[in-house]
Design a protein around this ligand. Structure first.
Ligand SMILES: Cc1cc2nc3c(=O)[nH]c(=O)nc-3n(C[C@H](O)[C@H](O)[C@H](O)COP(=O)(O)OP(=O)(O)OC[C@H]3O[C@@H](n4cnc5c(N)ncnc54)[C@H](O)[C@@H]3O)c2cc1C
Length: 290
């Protein structure tokens, strides 16, 4: 398919891009183009203007600032996959990047583009929810929205049409024992998730869980933070029974629909199984056996 006619704009600065968004209301930002271009070709979206932000310098970075990792708007999935800083501080993100699509898509698709696109089956949202990330949004001014308030529905976020997701700031999980994991259940390599579960656990010296973050994707109209499951875990010493209780709580919060990846009932069951496995992996990595 061929997209409808559109005007291509390539600003050199973020200020120019934001001015264009304000001036041309029927406009879309182009980052990696890995979702926008197919949607335009299928004529699911037909913006009058496409604002390509790839000429803007200084938007591609992964850096540590204090106790946070900052990821810039044009950072590609592959940058995250191969970053030594990410592998050291936020290994679950490298683990997630490895299972997104294929190498070609990972070379072009961006972390922020995927989050802004908010496909209900995308992998990054579960991770930023588990990690309690801050979404740094640039419009006329700058505002910061917690990941838990960012995803509103299928392909819907807190972003206004005149705003750009400029950066994501992620607090580095810190404590005596830390474990993280992202587990994705996919029908075949490179497919979107049937379910994906990201887990972050911080435990004290006595093995009590002091912080739990669980993000779930592909089994609800929007990715969700499994708050009830987190509450089950915090304040307790992990056991098989506790993990099972948390997995049940995460599955209870799901609201899957039946489609080519399985029935709603099957997906709810897989949410339980993959939450259990993801938590067990995080505990194993924290050096805690149950
Ligand atoms: C074959 C294939 C397989 C895939 N498999 C997976 C998978 O397994 N898991 C997965 O998670 N994803 C998968 N994807 C999606 C891929 O990860 C995309 O890269 C991602 O969804 C969009 O990122 P992008 O940078 O390409 O965004 P674009 O396509 O450029 O933009 C997507 C949308 O977000 C908006 N946008 C982009 N950047 C910003 C910004 N900084 N601020 C505000 N709005 C913005 C655009 O206007 C557009 O509406 C797949 C894609 C393909 C083509």
């Amino acid at each position: 398919m061929i997209p409808r006619k559109f005007e291509y704009l390539a600003p050199n600065t973020l200020a120019q891009a934001l001015n264009m968004l304000r001036k041309y209301r029927d406009a879309k930002i182009l980052s990696g183009g890995m979702s926008l271009i197919p949607m335009m070709k299928l004529r699911l979206v037909s913006p009058q203007y496409v604002i390509d932000i790839n000429n803007i310098k200084g938007l591609s970075y992964i850096k540590m600032v204090g106790k946070t990792i900052r990821i810039g708007a044009l950072t590609r999935h592959a940058d995250i996959e191969h970053s030594p800083l990410i592998r050291e501080k936020l290994p679950m993100l490298a683990e997630a990047a490895e299972v997104i699509a294929d190498q070609q898509v990972r070379n072009l698709g961006t972390f922020c583009g995927s989050l802004a696109h908010a496909d209900p089956a995308a992998d990054w949202p579960a991770n930023v929810l588990a990690l309690d990330a801050d979404m740094v949004i640039q419009g006329a001014g700058k505002r910061v929205v917690k990941a838990s308030k960012f995803f509103k529905g299928p392909f819907e976020t807190a972003l206004k049409p005149t705003e750009i997701l400029r950066e994501v700031s992620i607090p580095i999980p810190d404590g005596p024992k830390v474990g993280q994991a992202y587990l994705k259940f996919e029908r075949k390599a490179g497919d979107f998730a049937t379910v994906g579960v990201a887990s972050v656990l911080v435990l004290d010296k006595n093995n009590k869980i002091v912080r739990a973050g669980i993000g779930v994707t592909a089994v609800a109209p929007a990715p969700y933070k499994a708050v009830k499951a987190e509450q089950v875990l915090v304040g307790n010493v992990p056991s098989k029974e506790l993990v099972e209780e948390a997995a049940n709580a995460a599955a209870e919060m799901s609201d899957p629909s039946s489609d080519l990846r399985g029935s709603a009932e099957y997906k709810r069951e897989m949410t339980k199984v993959f939450t259990r496995r993801s938590l067990k992996k995080a505990l194993e990595r924290a050096g805690v056996s149950i």
